[in-house]
Design a binder for this molecule. Sequence first.
Ligand code: FES
Length: 180
Amino acid sequence: MDIPDTLVRKSEEIFFSFPPERRESALVPLMFEAQRELGCITPDTEHWIAETVGVSLVKVREVLTFYSMLRRERAEKFLVQFCRNISCCLAGAEDLQRHVEKKLGIRNGETTADGLFTLRYVECLGGCSWAPMMLVNEMQYYQLTPEKLDRIIEGFRSGRPVPPDEPTPLLGNVGEKIAV
Ligand code: FES
């Protein structure tokens, strides 16, 4: 397959940040970079990655199917990945799921009629301390409320996305909800 020059150059930069004997450590960053560049990781891209990194195709496939942030098919414009694991559920994710389904008019795995949003429920997204959380493409949003969700969705709809949240030392949300 034809790999864009920009991706080849980027892969060289990624390899440069690891010691030569740790080339395999570049696997995950390279997969994310390939996805950013190409929209998803197709079987052809898997082959290129395996060859470039020097690992087996099986290894690439294992990583690809393990991380829900990595995609094998091109998503619609905005892929909303909503966490439904324990910390997020304790902080109200189930109510928020109903809210987001109503707001978008779709359920898990579906895409809105205008092709803008695809909704996918996933397991832990690694932001439990700031639960409940979701990703829109690669932008993370923490401590969601119905109002914040509405603002985020409208931001993407209008082409003026709400800036993603940065993790902070705040841990209050989950504890507060449990204490209620
Ligand atoms: S449980 Fe939702 S981010 Fe970990």
